[in-house]
Design a protein around this ligand. Structure first.
Ligand code: FES
Length: 509
């Protein structure tokens, strides 16, 4: 049994892209067929560039399909925090760029006639248990300074079943069906003579003249490369010290149609809850997320779904059942904004987008707009704010804390295994077993067969850990994730866990 499927992906996968059947030459090669990669390719193709998008999985098979489909300029790290780190002008540009991203998604959906359930809805930020109205007062003042003058404070959010207490309303936010949007984008890219190629793993990415992406025996040669793989697979260290991976969990609860208004909502907790409505047959689905934790650093992942359901039922007693559960990974940057632009320390023609910071749909669209402008040599006033090489000195404390956390994970090399032997691993589960100096990631499938891999993450050598809820091997250091059989599903690792018999490689990791 693999990872949980999101509500978006249960309705069917996006049609596959074409296959890479020989070498290819294009103007721009984009790696990653999520929202950032496909939007970049679409904008470039529309501007007349020959583009190819490569992905080793299906279109939208990464984190875009695991989102909740919120499209918002309500920054989840708060405007007053972004203002503290980036100044008033930085907060203004953040507000402007997120609003522009929603507008761009709306205009693309309209122009290309994408059937993606896009709808404008209001967003409500209410207080988490124990928080005080002061948080909302600080946030509305900062939002107004950032140019969002239509944000207002209200006595309560529009939920009849529970009194949220005071809240902020952010008007003209939006929601959509992320996979339907990506399916439409892929069709639009093809209509503009671009190619979306699936089943093509980018083994080697090299800028210069020409820029080259190798996929097995084949290669794509181009003038420029854009790496939009959620976490960059072409960068060993630099960006990974400035962002940290967190898992978030989502449930889809069936409720009577119309019993909860179609709005976006969040509380001010840390981690916070987020919710929205989506049509589901004759009913609605109340989609609620939260319970975030540092990837690979929680052993109660199954219980997190239970707590989400309890939180939801306590506020929305009309819940009938909970047919959907899924989890996704967020890359939290130390200063709350994405990294989009030229890849630091690389050739000038290699671009990168990462660091969704819990707002991956708008950040991905912002990154696409920005990188497209850089490639077309057009001015973009957001470029400095999202510059990947930036160092935000006011975020130094978070930077140090996250990197000390990573350093601590290497202590796993010295600890005992989670179970004494592979025989102790139950069906459908995974556990780490120590064998002498080596650690082995052991998974027992539903039929009882054992699958053993080196527990050493091929990125920079941390030990992976089993995620019981998502049935994945998660690396606690920089966000690499692997399926139960060791296949990489999330970078920065760009290869699978080594077979157990090759785990002598552990010394070389
Ligand atoms: Fe960097 Fe695993 S993701 S060591």
């Amino acid at each position: 049994m693999g990872r949980h499927l999101s509500f978006w992906s249960v309705g069917g996968r996006v049609a596959p892209g074409s296959r890479l059947t020989g070498d290819l030459q294009v103007d721009v090669c984009v790696v990653g067929a999520g929202i950032a990669g496909l939007t970049t390719a679409y904008l470039l193709a529309k501007a007349g560039k020959m583009v190819a998008v490569l992905d080793d999985g299906p279109i939208g098979g990464g984190m875009t399909q695991m989102t909740s489909g919120h499209l918002t300029s309500m920054l989840d790290d708060r405007y007053f925090e972004v203002e503290r780190l980036h100044g008033q002008q930085g907060a203004r540009l953040a507000a402007e760029s997120h609003s522009a991203a929603i507008d761009r998604i709306e205009s693309i959906a309209r122009e290309e006639k994408l059937d993606c359930d896009f709808a404008r809805v209001d967003g409500y930020l209410f207080l988490a248990e124990g928080d005080t109205p002061d948080t909302l007062q600080k946030e509305i003042a900062a939002a107004h300074r950032a140019g969002l003058h239509d944000v207002v404070i209200l006595e309560r959010a529009p939920f009849a079943s529970f009194d949220s207490g005071p809240c902020l309303r952010f008007p003209r936010q939006a929601q959509f069906h992320p996979l339907k949007y990506l399916a439409g984008l892929a069709r639009a890219i093809a209509a503009h003579a671009g190619r979306v190629i699936t089943g093509a793993h980018a083994d080697w990415i090299e800028g210069g003249t020409p820029a080259v992406v190798r996929c097995g025996d084949q290669m794509v040669v181009s003038d420029a490369i854009v790496v939009a793989t959620n976490v960059p697979v072409n960068d060993r260290v630099a960006i990974h010290t400035k962002q940290a991976p967190y898992m978030t969990y989502v449930i889809g609860a069936r409720i009577p149609r119309g019993s909860v208004p179609a709005v976006l909502s969040w509380d001010t907790g840390d981690p916070y809850h987020y919710l929205r409505i989506a049509p589901h047959g004759d009913d609605d689905l109340l989609i609620v997320g939260g319970e975030d934790h540092k990837s690979g650093q929680a052993d109660d992942t199954v219980e997190r779904f239970e707590r989400l359901e309890q939180w939801t039922r306590a506020r929305f007693p009309m819940v009938r059942d909970v047919p959907f559960r899924w989890g996704g990974q967020i890359m939290e940057t130390v200063d709350y904004l994405a990294f989009s632009g030229r890849n630091p320390g690389d050739h000038d023609n290699v671009f990168v987008h990462t660091g969704d910071s819990g707002m991956g749909l708008t950040h991905g669209t912002i990154g696409a707009m920005l990188i497209c402008d850089l490639l077309l040599e057009r001015d973009n006033r957001w470029a400095r704010l999202y510059e990947p090489s930036r160092k935000t000195m006011r975020a130094a404390r978070d930077y140090t804390a996250e990197n000390l956390n990573v350093a601590r994970q290497y202590a796993d090399w010295l600890t005992a295994g989670e179970v004494d032997s592979a025989e102790d691993v139950p069906q459908g589960a995974g556990a780490i077993v120590r064998r002498g100096l080596r650690k082995i990631a052991v998974y027992r499938d539903e039929s009882g067969a054992l699958h053993e891999h080196s527990a050493v993450c091929p990125h920079l050598g941390c030990m992976v850990r089993w995620n019981r809820a998502e049935r994945t091997w998660d690396c606690p250091c920089h966000g690499s994730r692997f399926d139960p059989l060791g296949k990489v599903i999330n970078g920065p690792a760009n290869r699978d866990l080594a077979p157990a018999e090759r785990s002598d490689d552990q010394r070389a990791a």
